[in-house]
Design a protein around this ligand. Structure first.
Ligand code: DX5
Ligand code: ZN
Length: 245
């Protein structure tokens, strides 16, 4: 093996080891804080600076708010190459969630509180080609769901009460992040832990230190004059907090 090739092989192994230890930070701006008449422009505004686009689907039943559904996700899929992270705050996810996977969503997250058989639905989502995500709202304990985590790619921990953007981050929710991350590490699970609600310049480091590696930010990105710059700043803060001290 030439020196160059050996060097590359070593480098590849090192990268693999690093990835096994810690997945890359995911920044997911929430379109909930964007102009709903200009969603394609909102997506374009963060292209290259973010990893996922977070799409909040609300049905006016599971949460009081009402947002968007499959036709708009279909249009978004055609309008942007950024992977779509669909967060379903809806009743009866068994009826609707797979449809989002079939539209090409990268990750489909449904709420534990709304699902009768979360494991069966996770399997259906994976079969349909999406990552499967489980979300727990502010008043739901994570302990009841730890045994289910091997069936999921993503665990979304609400750091507010689900339903509306622009609320204040609740630091006590990070105990759930710590519990889930310890459980995932102990079981060698490849699990994204996503935090959603009130994530901003002054809160993202604490969430990252607790073990989150995916960060939803609505107001902090789309409320900024330069959304891409705001997303880059969030990533820098999360990366700094996640790197071993
Ligand atoms: C609220 C949504 C969030 C919301 C977060 O239920 O799930 O994704 O957009 O908004 P901010 O970042 O403004 O708290
Ligand atoms: Zn959300």
């Amino acid at each position: 093996m030439s020196g160059l090739r050996r060097g590359f092989a070593t480098y590849t192994v090192r990268v693999a080891q690093f990835q096994a230890a810690q997945a890359d930070t995911v920044i997911a701006p929430s379109l909930l804080a964007a102009d709903f008449a200009r969603l394609a422009e909102a997506a374009a505004a963060v292209e290259g600076a973010v990893d996922w686009l977070h799409v909040d689907v609300m049905d006016n039943h599971f949460v009081p708010n009402l947002t968007l559904g499959p036709p708009i996700v279909k249009s978004l899929k055609a309008a942007t190459g950024i992977p779509l992270d669909c967060h379903l705050m809806i009743e009866d996810p068994a009826r609707w969630a797979v449809g989002y996977a079939e539209l090409g969503a990268y990750n489909v997250t449904f709420h534990a509180e709304a699902a009768d058989d979360p494991v069966a639905l996770a399997k259906d989502l994976r079969t349909a080609g999406a990552k499967a995500g489980l979300a727990i709202d502010r008043d739901t304990a994570v302990e009841d769901y730890l045994d289910l985590l091997p069936e999921f790619d993503t665990l979304l921990i609400m750091t507010i009460k689900a339903g509306f953007g622009g609320q204040q981050f609740i630091p006590a929710m990070l105990d759930k992040v710590r519990t889930a991350r310890a459980h995932a590490s102990g079981g060698h699970l490849e699990l994204r832990i996503e935090v959603d609600g009130g994530i901003a310049d002054d809160t993202i480091a604490a969430a990252a230190e607790a073990g989150a590696d995916a960060f939803v930010a609505g107001t902090a990105v789309y409320g900024a004059d330069d959304p891409a710059d705001a997303a880059r700043r969030l990533r820098a803060r999360a990366d700094a907090a996640r790197s071993p001290h």
